[in-house]
Design a protein around this ligand. Structure first.
Ligand code: FES
Length: 315
């Protein structure tokens, strides 16, 4: 559907955009943690979390940090987008939802990772469910939505940590986790990979893997198997595709004229997900849960490769 940018606010390299339906119609409803695909004016498709105060069909809000290594997404939205520009978006999708059964919610946001976490905080506030929100930023100026986070009604639930090194970050995470009941707390994290790893290690140890929820739309680290060629066997198409070192399975499938949907191409949206019939995938990206990774029955060809020389998929 088409949306128009109804307002733009720039603060310290973070651009907040409000979106409304071009025809004034209601936008699809969503829950905290949802994201949308946005087709930019340069043809790129990028995913952005919805970060409204209240999920509302009247309009969406997204926030975009200008990334130094931008592959064209944040740069286009910062340099080319204007109030009144029209963008095409997909319906909200949610792979990062709040756990309804949790007695306590611990929200960890690293940098621009605050975007889905902010929606969660507003939702928990509205539902009167216990939560704490810990924001980790380089300095105060880097704190997106600082006006909202520093004021009522969120402020009493929020702690902001500025400029901590790895050890102090780990120590503060441990303290927050230790203060929450081990039996019915859930932790949520979004942010840079190192920050997510720091939260993951401690949260899984305290609450268990099923009580940890994480999401990152950042760059995906290169796979340890990225230099290994392999054969992708397509069971329904009945052909083998040779995937050389350094090229993604998705790119090779597309080169071969195989029709496969894709969107983010960094392993976060699930559009390219395919079923595995034989072989062992080396999962990459942040979409799959620990259970899905262990089950080894699906594969994201945009980022993942196999640990076996041949991977048979249902395609
Ligand atoms: S295209 Fe998004 S996970 Fe593969």
């Amino acid at each position: 559907m088409d949306v128009v940018i109804s307002s733009i606010t720039d603060t310290n390299g973070i651009r907040v955009l409000e979106l409304a339906a071009v025809d004034g119609a209601a936008l699809p409803s969503y829950e905290a943690g949802a994201h949308i695909d946005v087709t930019l004016g340069n043809g790129l498709v990028r995913q952005y979390f919805l970060c409204c105060r209240e999920p509302s069909s009247a309009g969406y809000r997204i926030a975009v940090k200008r990334e130094a290594g931008s592959r064209g997404g944040s740069a286009w939205l910062h340099d080319m987008a204007r109030t009144g520009s029209v963008l095409s978006i997909g319906p909200p999708r949610n792979a990062f939802a709040l756990a309804p059964q949790a007695g306590m919610h611990l929200l960890f946001a690293g940098g621009i990772g605050i975007t889905p976490i902010l929606s969660m905080a507003y939702t928990l506030l509205r539902r009167k469910q216990p939560f704490r929100l810990a924001c980790y930023v380089r300095d105060e100026a880097s704190l997106a939505f600082s006006t909202e986070l520093r004021a009522s009604p969120l402020a009493p639930y929020v702690e902001v940590f500025c400029g901590l090194g790895p050890q102090d970050t780990a120590a503060s995470i441990g303290k927050l986790l230790a203060a929450a009941p081990a039996n019915d707390s859930h932790a949520y994290v979004c942010g840079p990979a190192a920050f997510m790893d720091a939260v993951t290690a401690q949260a899984e140890a305290r609450f268990g893997a099923s009580a940890l929820h994480k999401e990152s739309f950042g760059a995906v680290p290169a796979s340890g198997t990225s230099e290994q060629p392999f054969v992708l066997r397509l069971s329904r198409t009945q052909c083998d595709i040779a995937i050389p070192a350094g090229r993604s399975a998705l790119a090779c499938l597309q080169d071969a004229g195989i029709n496969i949907d894709s969107s983010c191409e960094v392993g976060v949206c699930g559009t390219c997900r395919t079923a595995v019939l034989d072989g062992v995938p080396d999962h990459q990206g942040s979409l799959l849960s620990a259970q899905e990774r262990k089950a080894n029955n699906c594969f994201l060809p945009c980022v993942s490769r196999p640990l076996t020389p041949v991977l048979v998929i249902d395609l």
